[in-house]
Design a binder for this molecule. Sequence first.
Ligand code: ADP
Ligand code: MG
Length: 253
Amino acid sequence: MGKIISIANQKGGVGKTTTSVNLGACLAHIGKKVLLVDIDPQGNATSGAGIDKGDVQQCIYDVLVDDIDIKEVIKATGVERLDSVPATIQLAGAEIELVPTISREVRLKRALATVKDDYDYILIDCPPSLGLLTLNALTASDAVLIPVQCEYYALEGLSQLLSTVRLVQKHLNQELKIEGVLLTMLDARTNLGIQVIEEVKKYFQDKVYRTIIPRNVRLSEAPSHGEPIIIYDSKSRGAEVYLDLAKEVAMNG
Ligand code: ADP
Ligand code: MG
């Protein structure tokens, strides 16, 4: 049965989408069957995995709001063993449209239950908020992976995320675990990065992944080519580290 992991942090620009796409592609590269679910209306994980949003007729919106079978929405990507559930800007309405609906927090969980056995990993790329879409992701997940950017105030906002995780554990999903904390965009030329690593490790201890993602320009170029880093430039440092992360995640089960 597949393990469902949300990639979440309500801060924008910390590397959620980059991690979802590239961890997904690297897990596929090492032989795992992976489903990448985009629940950010910006749809960056969709285009980053090589899916043209203009070609998407039905997306995760239709699954969450109109109860469309998720199997009808799944698309293959250019990466072997990596499938995608796309999101388009239409999803922006879901946050409000879901409010008055029945069992609004468990819609994604119910949809994913029907495909969980078809995959080894299901990764959910969350939007930069703690609204209903992120609640759906956390409710559906076995674990949450939290990317933290190596910058000043790295820990800021994390207490809010952790208290949301605790609320979900209490009311919606007792099984939810913290999969790990991933340090991203480390600039090795500054001392600040080292300080942030120490600070985050002090707070999260053994939950911090050994793999640390450095700043790598190839990682920022890959999305505009619609290719995960392992396809765009398999020899790059970015490809190396996301492959390391995939092995670390796979080792955790
Ligand atoms: P989020 O999904 O949390 O908003 P993204 O993954 O979209 O964050 O990353 C924000 C920006 O930083 C994007 O332009 C992305 O290409 C870039 N980026 C992410 N990780 C790296 C990295 N390790 N090195 C260089 N650029 C990165
Ligand atoms: Mg994103």
